[in-house]
Design a protein around this ligand. Sequence first.
Ligand SMILES: [Zn+2]
Ligand SMILES: [Zn+2]
Ligand SMILES: [Zn+2]
Length: 255
Amino acid sequence: MGIMKVLFLGSGTSTGVPVIGCKCAVCSSDEPRNKRTRSSILITTGDKYILVDTTTDLRFQALANSIERVDAVLFTHAHADHIHGIDDLRSFNHIQGKPIPCYGSYDTMESIRHKFSYIFNGSARSDWIPRLEINIISSEFILYGLTIMPLKIFHGEITIFGYRINDVAYLTDCSGIPDDTKESLQGTKLLILDATRYQPHPKHYGLAQAIVVIEELKPERAILTHLSHTFEHNKVNSELPSGIELAYDGMEVSY
Ligand SMILES: [Zn+2]
Ligand SMILES: [Zn+2]
Ligand SMILES: [Zn+2]
């Protein structure tokens, strides 16, 4: 039993799986592991809960996993699938009775401030909106006893944050990893990495690219996330090299 638990709230790409209107075998599947909400993890240490991103599916994810606290939020970037559930944080404000600290890069937090101006402009009644405290980060810091290291990764044309949290790294929405980030990933036990589909994608690793990166970084274990409907869970999992597996909604690991 480790000192932190990682719960996959969502393992899906931006559309989620099933995709609206899609009749493919994966979208039509009864296998629960082929049902993927938007990508997010919840880290638990002691009695503290750290959420990574506030996806479009946050309310559903919180109910599905009986989440009753969020003590902090780490944001990777401000794309819709990673932030559009932000308003649901107000339910946790009501429970906890205080603002929730949110962490991210300057660009990400400015984008959130702009896209959700009603939260930050002080005009709405404060019990109707989330109460959030913005923290701009650029280097390692300690949060509830965990060492949180923001790591620059490429996501198509933009540079976003992955996070190393103690010996676990979470790199969603990743199409490339700069050399200094690879240095910072040395000794990672669990690497959670984007592999959106079989084919390369301009903003994400394809499956073969992700496997090459994992073989280079050599974590003890790797879990692939941000998965599209091109992946049938059981088929792909049975074909992956040992030590590499697909994430699924509700998957939990301890480190
Ligand atoms: Zn995404
Ligand atoms: Zn489909
Ligand atoms: Zn993205």
